[in-house]
Design a protein around this ligand. Structure first.
Ligand code: LLP
Length: 427
């Protein structure tokens, strides 16, 4: 079996798939399935790749926690110097619990609420990415009430097309995020008038799973134009945040490397005394993880064959939601004739599909399959739909593996529920 993704931590050894030096067959048997498995090595190598590409320029890589908010994953990256990009009070809490220094946390999102803003101010984050004028006023008000200055960066939608799935395109004029470049001068002028606001940066995030450097170049050019204009008005920004979105290989894509991005963007930044912030999520975590599932049974119908597995759309929703492709491979290769089949879960929906029409050596019940490239937007987007307990998460480092989140139980499913008195009493 040939792996199409671009990562050397996943390998077959004598017909069994390994993560670093641990057999995935062993993990599936010991921990059960479905289970997410993450490679420590991959996470750290990818982060170092980005850091190395920008060596020589002041920069901070803020890992986008939404792609994988597992504490062990975040901690591994924080220990190597990563900051964190958060999008909610919950992520802020997680980032702090994972050990992130508040001064390395950036907070984006169109719907920040008062308590979230207060929490972030209390913690002392690096800056808020502000996405509208009303939000700016709210931050000013909350900060004033606390007697704290709120550092902010405006999120600009530079109106570039990253040519990715429409659900994950975020930098176009018609998207809900940020403000138009034309509105940015007046935004920063207002910042100057507001007592509790300090404008420190400018931000863009143009989309996700982007496979070219061009859209970044276009976006950064626009942002730099604004930075220079603001400077002439006496507003000097310290941070230029180019967001995340760097794509990875799921199938046969050839994404730019961290160095390619640096080569494309560094010339634009020449002469600018500004700290660059990057917010990669998938680039660090996507190919750091797989989801292991067990074959429940194989079912053959006149028009289609199905491999029914114990992982489903509640565990990994990307194929159902975005028609995303994830390579699916056997954990242990077996000599068997190829079967073309849909790999499906047990959920009562036709869309419960992990892979469509895949040629696989015909498996037997009990065999394990690995759904590759599942480290980003995998577990974090999972749900309890069909009352399925969420899977476990495991991290591998060298020859060691550890369960970093236990599998949910049936009790977890009903935790927090209660029957109201008017049902219990019958009236
Ligand atoms: N920064 C901001 C402000 C973001 O909104 C995002 C992702 C990132 C950074 C990280 O993007 P990344 O480097 O991971 O592409 N659920 C979708 C992806 C949604 C991305 C949302 N924002 C998926 O499964 O493809």
């Amino acid at each position: 079996m040939k792996l199409t993704i671009n990562s050397n931590v996943w390998n077959y050894r004598e017909g069994t798939l390994y993560c670093e030096d641990v057999s995935l067959d062993l993990i599936a048997r010991k921990v059960g399935t479905p289970v997410y498995v993450y490679s420590y090595r991959h996470l750290v190598d990818r982060l170092r790749e980005v850091q190395a590409a920008w060596r020589g320029r002041r920069h901070l890589v803020c890992f986008s926690l939404k792609s994988n908010s597992c504490r062990a994953v975040a901690r591994a990256l924080i220990d190597q110097g990563a900051g964190i990009d958060v999008v909610s009070g919950g992520e802020l809490y997680r980032a702090l619990r994972a050990g992130a220094s508040p001064a390395t946390i950036v907070f984006a999102g169109v719907g920040k609420t008062e308590p979230e803003i207060a929490d972030a101010l209390r913690a002392g984050i690096l800056f808020f990415t502000v996405e509208s004028i009303p939000e700016l006023y709210l931050i000013n008000q909350v900060a004033g009430g606390m007697g704290k200055i709120a550092p902010v960066a405006l999120r600009v939608t530079p109106d570039v097309d990253p040519k990715t799935h429409k659900y994950i395109t975020t930098g176009k004029a018609e998207n809900k995020f940020g403000l138009d470049p034309e509105a940015s001068m007046s935004f920063y002028r207002r910042c100057r008038e507001l007592l509790w606001i300090s404008p420190v940066g400018i931000h863009m995030h143009i989309g996700s799973q982007i496979l070219r450097t061009g859209p970044y170049r276009e976006g950064v050019e626009k942002l730099i134009g604004l930075v220079r204009k603001l400077k002439r008005e006496g507003i000097s920004l310290k941070y230029l945040d180019i967001g995340g979105g760097m794509g990875i290989s799921y199938r046969d894509e050839e994404p730019p490397s961290a160095r390619d991005y640096a080569d494309a963007l560094a010339p634009l930044l020449k002469g600018l005394r500004i700290t660059l912030i990057l917010e990669p999520g998938r680039f660090l975590t996507g190919n750091a993880g797989v989801m292991l599932v067990r074959v429940i049974r194989v079912k053959k119908k006149a028009k289609r064959n199905f491999i029914i597995v114990d992982g489903a759309m509640n565990d990994l929703i990307r194929p159902a939601l975005y028609q995303a492709y994830h390579q699916i491979v056997p954990v242990r290769c077996r000599e068997a004739k190829k079967l073309r089949a849909d790999v499906v879960g047990p959920i009562c929906e036709t869309g419960d599909l992990l892979g469509s029409s895949r040629p696989l050596p015909e498996p037997e019940a009990g065999d394990f399959l690995a759904v590759m490239s599942a480290g980003a937007y995998g577990y974090v987007m999972s749900s309890n739909y069909n009352s399925r307990p969420r899977s476990a998460e495991v991290m591998v480092r060298g020859e060691k593996y550890r369960v970093v989140r236990r599998r949910e139980t049936y009790q977890d499913l009903v935790r927090g529920e209660r029957l109201p008195d008017f049902i219990l009493s019958g009236q």
